[in-house]
Ligand binder design. Structure first.
Ligand SMILES: Cc1ncc(COP(=O)(O)O)c(C=O)c1O
Length: 370
């Protein structure tokens, strides 16, 4: 027996985007625009920061497993405490779902090039991981339904989806749901729901609850708390009860829980972040399309561009990097010819389009791209 199981040996460790400091040093730049990880360019919610600071005096005591945040969420969403879980980011909860519910012969089903965090977690469990291709960069829900078999245990859907930024509608979900047996658990990852919630075509899953669906959400995106690691989920009490058995007893940490509670009350910050993002999405989409790029219409805080080849994508990535703009090449997701650009401040969005124009212009002049 090898020490390391083959399904772990074959995994590639998660590669986070480049840090601002390392790019600044490498290229001797004063300013770097980090548009690689779908973070909030306004920083963290001020109310979250206040709440964290207030709670620092309790750091010598163990936290209460997210109970305070769960109570606030239960009140806010009008559900029972038993329907809510809090964890170290939504990925922390995903990891608990995988640990609690997957047996060796179970299978996971999702789209090709799904959110990489989920890919890594599911594959690390060593179960069969099956995917279907996108349909015009949207989840192909009918194709997914057709792939469900007696071993399917978890179906992962992100709405809006990362990295494409696309959504599915309530009608599409309901059609799909008719084909899903009760024994199958659907993870509905709504990390970006705040960005899409005002779109009438977007279905907020808190308005359509099913017993075998777990909704996951996070404070990492619109509330600017990615570094704190705090997320939450809603599900049937049986599912939550079992998740609570496997979760680390003391996650989330005291400051993380306080930050989440503070952030939920920060409507002003939410509003400002949404406005900046809407402007950024329009600017980046128009700017990139104006350069002849194929851009997928996004309902989140990033846009995906589809280039002609992997070489084009890595060339643009490197050239943007050298000009102080960090974007996300999507090879690790399984889309080697695609690049994802997060919305930034107005200035950073402009810097990105300007840098892209320079790189692209240089490539056209050299006859390298079309
Ligand atoms: C679809 C999706 N789900 C979950 C996450 C991770 O969220 P968290 O920081 O709460 O673990 C991300 C982060 O990029 C994401 O894109």
């Amino acid at each position: 027996m090898p020490l390391v199981p083959p399904y772990i040996e074959s995994l590639r460790p998660y590669e986070a985007g480049r840090t601002i400091e390392s790019v600044r040093r490498q290229y001797g730049l004063n300013h770097v625009a980090k548009l690689a990880s779908n973070e909030n360019p306004l920083g963290a919610s001020p109310k979250a920061l206040e709440a964290m600071t207030r709670d620092l005096k309790g750091l010598s005591l163990y936290p209460n497993g997210g109970l305070d945040l769960r109570e606030v969420l239960a009140r806010e969403y009008d559900v029972k405490l038993d329907n809510v879980i809090a964890g170290s980011g939504s990925e922390g909860i995903m990891s608990n779902i995988i640990r609690a519910f997957l047996c060796d012969d179970d299978e996971v089903l999702t789209t090709d090039a799904a959110f990489i965090g989920f890919q890594v977690l599911a594959k690390s469990r060593g179960v069969k991981y099956r995917t279907v291709p996108y349909d015009n960069w949207h989840y192909d829900l009918p194709a997914l339904a057709a792939q469900i078999n007696e071993n399917t245990k978890i179906i992962y859907l992100a709405n809006p989806n990362n990295p494409t930024g696309t959504i599915f509608t309530r009608h599409q979900f309901d059609e799909f749901y008719q084909h899903v047996p009760e024994r199958v658990l659907i993870i509905l990852d709504e990390a970006y729901f705040e960005y899409a919630k005002d779109n009438p075509r977007y279905p907020d899953s808190m308005h359509y609850r099913y017993d075998n669906v777990i909704t996951l959400r996070t404070f990492s995106k619109i509330y600017g708390l990615a570094g704190v690691r705090i997320g939450y989920g809603f599900a049937h009490e049986e599912l939550i009860r079992n998740l609570l058995k496997v979760k680390l007893p003391f996650e989330p940490s005291t400051p993380a829980q306080a930050a989440g509670i503070g952030a939920l009350a920060d409507k002003e910050f939410l509003h400002r972040s949404l406005e900046l993002n809407a402007r950024g999405l329009r600017y980046l989409t128009d700017g990139l399309q104006g350069l002849g790029m194929k851009v997928i219409e996004s309902q989140a805080n990033f846009v995906m561009t589809v280039l002609d080849s992997e070489q084009d994508a890595s060339r643009i990535f490197e050239e943007l990097l050298s000009q102080g703009v960090v974007v996300r090449p999507l090879k690790a997701f399984g889309l080697p010819n695609c690049i994802r650009v997060s919305t930034g401040t107005d200035e950073d969005n402009q810097l990105c389009i300007e840098a892209w124009r320079k790189s692209y212009g240089a490539n056209v002049a050299a006859g390298r791209t079309g």
